[in-house]
Design a protein around this ligand. Structure first.
Ligand code: CA
Length: 225
């Protein structure tokens, strides 16, 4: 079990890290919202404990940005026992909240519950325009057309659609899809993208997978003309 704690107060961060580690979790601590969001997108966490008042990017902004692509369970910590804060957090896609100050045993119990529950099932249905990716059933459809993909092509498409609108570098793609780093001169990612495009975009007017020259690839629906 791996937990990300996004907390700017060093003492609280260290206290939470120690507590979770003693309970058998692997813990990363991010001291500001921007760093936290980056980690939350890069690493597969079981639960994220998110402070609301944070430098660089507050907890609400982190949650909102994270939910565009990730369904990792989030428990947010709010210093203010204000009903509007709780509602806001839950509306933005938070899974639970705890008001500071709190007892660690309560936080631990809630984190355990969230970790057991895992991300909600809805997150397993991804879409980009008329393209649908059903992660659970490993099925892909574009409109009424069923698309058959190899396991690697499926992982690649899943990554691109989950992170739609975000340019992913070849190195990022290689580390996610093949779980390893390739030498920069390898063209394995390019070849896989080409095959995926042939299946997903060929024959359709609207292209979904785009090359960003010198950088990498992005899945998105570009404004026409
Ligand atoms: Ca704080």
């Amino acid at each position: 079990m791996r937990i990300l704690v996004i907390e700017d107060e060093p003492k609280t961060g260290a206290y939470l890290k120690k507590g979770f580690e003693e309970s058998g979790y692997t813990v990363d601590v991010a001291a500001d919202g921007a760093e936290g969001l980056l980690l939350a997108k890069e690493v597969a966490y079981d639960v994220i404990v998110l402070d609301v008042m944070l430098p660089a990017m507050d907890g609400w902004a982190v949650l909102k940005a994270l939910r565009a692509t990730h369904a990792t369970p989030v428990l947010f910590l709010t210093a203010r026992d204000d009903i509007s804060d709780r509602v806001k957090g839950l509306e933005l896609g938070g899974d639970d909240y705890l008001v500071k100050p709190f007892a660690f045993v309560e936080l631990l119990a809630r984190v355990r519950t969230l970790a057991r529950r895992g991300p909600p099932r809805e997150s397993d249905l991804l879409s980009l325009g008329e393209l649908e990716v059903d992660v659970t059933r490993r099925r892909v459809k574009r409109g009424a057309t069923r698309i058959d993909l190899t396991p690697k092509e499926f992982s690649l498409l899943q990554l691109l659609v989950r992170r739609q609108g975000e340019v992913l570098t070849r190195t990022q793609i290689a580390s996610y899809v093949w779980d390893m780093n390739f030498d920069s001169d390898t063209n394995v990612v390019e070849v896989a993208i080409r095959r995926l495009r042939a299946k997903v975009d060929d024959g359709f007017d609207v292209k979904l997978i785009h090359t960003v020259r010198g950088v990498g690839y992005v899945a998105e629906i570009k404004d026409s003309l």
